[in-house]
Design a protein around this ligand. Sequence first.
Ligand code: BGC
Length: 782
Amino acid sequence: MPCNSNRLRIKQIVVVCGLSLLASLGLCDRVVAQAPDPAGHSAAVTRSPLTDPAIEKRVDALLQKMTLEEKVGQLTQYSSGAPTGPSTGNADYPDMIARGEVGSLINLDSARAANLYQHIAVDKTRLHIPLLFGLDVIHGFRTTFPVPLALASTWDPSIVEKTARIAAQESSAAGVRWVFSPMVDIARDPRWGRIVEGAGEDPYLDSMMARAYVRGYQGTNLSDKESVAACVKHFVGYGAVEAGRDYNAAEISEHTLREVYLPPFSAAIREGSASLMSSFNTINGLPATANPFTLTQILRKEWEFPGLVVSDWSSVGELVAHGIARDKGVAAQKAMSAGVDMDMVSDSYHQHLADLVKSGKVSQARLDAAVRDVLRVKFALGLFDHPFTDESREIQGALPREHVEAARQAAERSFVLLKNSMAGSRPILPLTGESGTIALIGPLADSSQNMLGPWAGRGRPEDVVTLKTALEQRVGTEKIRFARGGEVQTASDAEIQTAVAAAQQADVVLLALGEEAATQSGEAASRAHLNLPGRQEELLEKVTATGKPVVLLLFSGRPLTLHWAFEHVPAIVAAWFPGIQAGPALVRVLFGDVPPSGKLVVSWPRTMGQIPLYYNALNTGRPAGDFDLTRPPKTSLEKYVSRYVDEQNSPQFPFGFGLSYSSPEYSRTHVDSAKLSASDSAIHATASASVRNTGNRAVDEIVQLYVRLTGTSMEEPVRKLVGFKRISLAPGESQTVSFPLGAEDFSLWDIRNKLSVEPSHVQIWISPDSSRGVPAELEIVE
Ligand code: BGC
């Protein structure tokens, strides 16, 4: 059973603040213990494949032989293939490679093409340094898994690791030894299209997922021909772009940066991620690609990251548009000095870096450090010893069965059942053999391309089994009335009428609606309206008005604010973009072969005006508490609290929420200690609760552990996730779920911006989501 088994126990707690300056200023008058690294809060690499002394020796020897131009070449990357950003056109890569002017190519995706270029690099250059081929393998290479937001909704790091391993095998077979994943940007704003690429709003869950991806990609041996280097991205704060508009600026205090945005990066690095990508956005006025505080102070000095830092697409050159560089020369100088080793496609390093070094504007030491970072990764991947890819490894025909099964399993666990009302004496779902005629309606019921989702690697529509195909296989075509009801963005009156007629003739309706993957989700796909595009809401309302039991299957890369639907449609499933096994996975869940078990990793807003909305918020000095927020305030007590006069504060569905076909019931949370000492070197307690399946169907339940700390030097969130476990319960079965709690769970970034355990009052919940449960309490004393 997968669980958060990677939680590190903290051995040493050092008292650091008793006599500190802050204490003498009266800002911190208590004993404060400094907690070493919890699940991804600070860093220091623990498992890097790049810290091998034998590799370092080879790097040294090679570096000594390199000319300035050859060094710059290693720091230069171009795209050859379909561009994944504003294209600057293809240069004459073969000649440049032969001259040693290129260190890496991206967007190639076949072993043949990779070998062709690799032969030029290895055979024709003076030092025979191999190229490194990179690609955006975000949720699979050809076997396309559910989008990352959906994968995170499984709360199952083991399945995520498995998908990443398969992606590594398939990518490496195509010559790609470097994947631009995991994307670990915390996202609190569903307007941002790239929310689909990450693990949602929670630093702890995101950290667990980040580690799983890195383990899967890099395996236990990076030089294995089936392993690929991970690239954790986008460093940092990209998920906080203002108003959810892609590439926009971000304002993030150092405290919030450390508490919220940095942990998944440090977790990935601790797991050994060989590389990292800087982001497009500014952080507090300074572009992330020219930011010495994040790229050097935090990444290199605090975390001791030994890997390769690549810019994002053209983000070095974009320093000119940001207005902090008058030309690409200054851009190159700033990015390089801040800590970006490799320039992705902007040509700035290629054009200017040699001169910058000659004139002393970039130091020789900085140049050498960057080149080392690149060579270290190439050596660790074994590229110097085995630069070519065996072309026979590439999958030519059908996908291997175990890859397809992993895709189905991941999808099954990713669906979140949001609503399941009664139809007569039983809930609408699961469907049964007696469900009768099914109207299958909607533009996404039979759309292979959309099921792949955005950033679908080299996924092929022909590998997708749609809902229509899978349903036909399950119940036979004669029991299905299919009507597309138009396209995602357009529909005619006739198409809507035909769909309504199909619903009228059926016993139950499955409505497959949502976003268009390629244009409405992912990069450069921020939305200012989180509705169902085109005429789909009209279709939904008309079909629901037939009075037939309707199951809405929502395919999207983000939560959508569908207030009417949540009020009126009897059953709703968030299906995200499920990948190649969309149909079989959905059918198995809809018919109850497997229980729905995904839970939300983002708070689902009621309306746009609530955004940004996230569960781990601060309490404020005027919390709305138990006031009835469904109506405008009547008294001054109700009025002067942190609330809206025209909407509730709470989300439509909270973080962690998801229904099943059964009802798990939680006991009160119990904690085995009432008091812990902050200065104790082995601070720990155990929290437990029993969970009972009171229904008559099996359930896979994601049990969540939250804490709240009060009495601390900085205000802490009203709840924060510190653990979770996925358990299976047969009908009537009950299990006691226990979580060890240690310093990492009680730690916070304190008033000095140090990670510490402070004397505090702790509330602890073991609960089915972030909004329920009665907490147990304990005190952390000096
Ligand atoms: C994206 C990155 C991606 C890169 C290379 C950029 O536009 O922001 O996530 O890895 O392109 O394709």
